[in-house]
Ligand binder design. Structure first.
Ligand SMILES: NC(=O)c1ccc[n+]([C@@H]2O[C@H](COP(=O)([O-])OP(=O)(O)OC[C@H]3O[C@@H](n4cnc5c(N)ncnc54)[C@H](O)[C@@H]3O)[C@@H](O)[C@H]2O)c1
Length: 435
């Protein structure tokens, strides 16, 4: 099997590194964040991701998975290098590719034999070409290498499963030798007959953006349909169920909520628009989805303000859930951020509980009060808002909740509670398209 270096040990790099070692490869996960590497070396997982601890421990024990703060040395020792560093939003919606190019330079400087360089990070169309140039310009001699675009589709919250059993693997390459190396890296997936799409580098880069932007559009679409339901008194769950039965539509990503967040959809939709602008083609559908998403986040704030008769000053608002979705500790672009920001600016006292992301949200809002249980967070609250669909909140004991709060008022931005139960317990409530 292959000797692999994964550069960047974040949500994608760590899961990919662990998954690739589970496929039988020897993997070094390298990162410049030495705190993270030291934690991993001590057997601690720096993020919350179901099943990740088990797969990491298993492969460390088997002698296939290692962690290192020495990026250059990791590059030297590997046959295949995966780039998995962050590509956050840069200026005017473009991607900030500084970490990608830094790694490309390091690869060039430390190229000591034939290697396959493979980008897992989401990078705009045309970036592959620039990475190749950077590697060439920084390598001392004419050492051969090949480049592959291998975008990652894992979802936080089910990342381990998604990596080990993907719907498809995209291999964008210009050379058969490199594709054959990938066949070795992903051998178990080839054996399992996972759909593997071999294409050009640019097509592979576009597939990732086209997929994410499509899902973002789908979410914004059902959110806007939910808003129509709000106005006419229809139930969006019945609408989406009936839509989803149609095989052409599918039931996935038809769940209305407070707007999409996370580290991918918000930045990837903007980056695709930037690319379309550069190319002179339009992308009005995606632009609409972004605008609808911003409206949706603001609509949640308005719903809460309506429940509070437009007065939150000095009032205690309890937020249940802070992560951008359940089963992750990631709060990047979470709809809860919009809500907290508005409430704090309007002098509310914001108490919150999330099973995994209290600490991450506290880094953004120092004056947010976080608690270790929902029961503590809701004590004496004037209003409760469910912001993340954790299972723990689905089965909320409404009688207990009513006893703990000051006023039985609740905004269910994830539609996880039953209207009948809320009514029978005497709650004043709102949700997304189900009134
Ligand atoms: N998070 C997801 O669900 C997801 C899914 C698919 C694709 N992606 C894409 O994967 C990429 C990584 O995303 P992420 O969520 O894992 O990011 P992240 O911020 O969690 O991790 C990035 C890691 O890269 C490290 N890093 C930065 N510069 C480095 C350098 N020069 N050398 C070594 N390490 C360096 C950082 O310290 C950090 O640990 C992004 O392009 C993202 O769009 C993310």
């Amino acid at each position: 099997m292959m000797k692999i270096a994964v550069i960047g040990t974040g949500y994608v790099g760590l899961v990919s590194g662990a998954g690739l070692s589970d496929f039988g490869n020897t993997v070094i996960c390298a990162d410049i964040d030495l705190d993270k590497i030291n934690l991993l070396k001590k057997g601690k997982i720096p993020i919350y991701e179901p099943g990740l601890n088990e797969i990491v421990q298993r492969n460390v024990k088997a002698g296939r998975l290692f962690f290192s703060g020495e990026v250059n040395k990791s590059i030297e020792e590997a046959d295949v290098i995966f780039i998995a560093v962050g590509t956050p939003e840069g200026d005017n919606g473009t991607s900030d590719l500084s970490a990608i190019y830094k790694v490309a330079r390091a690869i060039g400087e430390n190229l000591n034999g034939y290697k396959v360089i493979c980008t897992k990070s989401t990078v705009p169309i045309g970036t592959g070409k620039k990475i190749i140039e950077k590697i060439k310009n920084n390598s001392k001699s004419e050492i051969e290498f090949d480049y592959i675009s291998n975008p990652e589709f894992l979802r936080e919250g089910s990342a381990v499963k998604d990596f080990l059993w993907p719907d498809r693997v995209i291999i964008g390459a210009s050379n058969q030798k490199a594709i054959d190396m990938m066949k070795n890296v992903y051998r178990p997936l080839y054996i399992n007959e996972t759909p593997i799409i071999e294409t050009t580098i640019q097509t592979a880069e576009l597939i990732k953006y086209a997929s994410n932007a499509f899902l973002a559009v789908k979410i914004s679409y059902i959110n806007e349909i939910a808003n129509i339901c709000d106005e006419i008194g229809a139930d969006v769950h019945i609408v989406s169920k009936a839509m989803g039965i149609d095989g052409r539509i599918s039931p996935k990503f038809l769940h209305p909520g407070p707007g999409f967040g996370g580290s991918c959809f918000p930045k990837d939709t903007k980056a695709l628009i930037s690319t379309a602008e550069l190319l002179g083609t339009g992308l009005k559908v995606v632009r609409g989805a972004i605008e609808a998403n911003q409206n949706q986040k603001e609509r949640m704030v308005k719903k809460l303000m309506d429940l509070m008769n437009n007065d939150v000053s000095g009032k205690k608002i309890a937020l249940l859930g802070l992560a951008f979705k359940a089963q992750t500790d990631d709060v990047r672009e979470s709809p809860a951020i919009n809500m907290i920001d508005y409430l704090l600016k309007n002098n509310a006292i914001v108490n919150a509980y999330d099973p995994e992301s209290n600490a991450n949200m506290k880094k953004i809002f120092n004056n947010l009060n976080v608690f270790d249980s929902w029961e503590d967070a809701v004590k004496e609250a004037d209003c409760v808002a469910i912001m993340t669909e954790w299972n723990e909140f689905r089965g909320l004991d409404l009688a207990k909740l009513k006893d703990l709060v000051k006023s039985p008022v609740i905004l269910d931005s994830r539609n996880i509670l039953s209207n009948e139960d809320l009514e029978s317990h005497g709650f004043k409530y709102d949700n997304v398209g189900r009134k």
